[in-house]
Every structure is written in structure tokens, then in C-alpha cells.
Design a protein around this ligand. Sequence first.
Ligand code: CA2
Length: 145
Amino acid sequence: MSDKLVLVLNGPNLNLLGKREPGIYGSATLADIEASLQERGQELGITVELRQSNHEGALVDGLHEAQERGAAAVILNAGAYTHTSVALLDAIRAITVPVIEVHLSNPHAREAFRHTSWIAPAAKGTIAGFGADSYLLALEAAARL
Ligand code: CA2
């Protein structure tokens, strides 16, 4: 039987992970996160593909692609678009693939403008505040869906 596919979509500025603001976002780079997800994915029988874009539409395209490819789940860190994007909310609602919202930091412990997630109402669930482990916890959740 072929592996389940999980797409891991990352939004704006997350390409800078591990290179700026380690006090907030930790010292792991996106490449480090990808490697740990792929390692755990192998154990779970899950193929993990990770993408990052600074463009909202590319994230929408990634959600559509997940649907077209029959992905088992999407792990989505929409970055700042979490707090602004009706387009991502609509895209999540338009697909049947479960979307797990993740954040490295705990947005509720930060500025008030981060307390609202436009995508949370359409997400299967949210994991936030565990640094790079938020992604691994999301993969564990995806494996149980
Ligand atoms: O905690 C998270 O994962 C966030 O999604 C990160 C977003 C922020 O806007 C959300 O409120 C919470 C920001 C990502 C910016 O990433 C950087 C990484 C390194 C250096 C600077 C920014």
C-alpha cells in the first residue's frame, strides 16, 4: 500500500526561521523541521512534502493541490496570513482534506492582533506554542485521522 501524503504549507517569512528572532521562533530552520518531519513520517508510513511561500495565492494553490492529490492532511502554518486571510479560509472550506493549523509561538500570548485566526473556524484543529515540535505534534495528529 502506498504511503499517505501530508503537505506542510508555510506562509510568509517562515523561510527566515532559525536565522532571525530565535527568541520567539526558535533556532530550528525550516530545513531542520522538514528533516524531522520526514524522519517521523517514514516511521508512520507518511510521505511528507514541505513548501514555503511568501505569497497568499501560492498557499491557496497548495491547498487545492492537496485536494487534487488526495492528501490525507495538510499541516498549515499560514504565518501572518492566519490573521488576515479570507482567501485561505475559503480555500480550506473548499476542500475536504483536513487542515491542521500550526504555530511555533502561542499567538494568544502575544499581541491582540494575533488573537484572531481567520482560518481556525475551518481547520480540523490547532497546535500552537511548542516551537518546532508543533509540526511534529501535528504530524502525529495527522497520522491518527
Ligand atoms: O508562531 C507562528 O508560527 C506564527 O504563525 C508565525 C508568524 C506570525 O505572524 C503568527 O502570528 C504566528 C510569523 C512568521 C514569521 O517568521 C519569522 C521567522 C524568523 C524571523 C522572523 C520571522
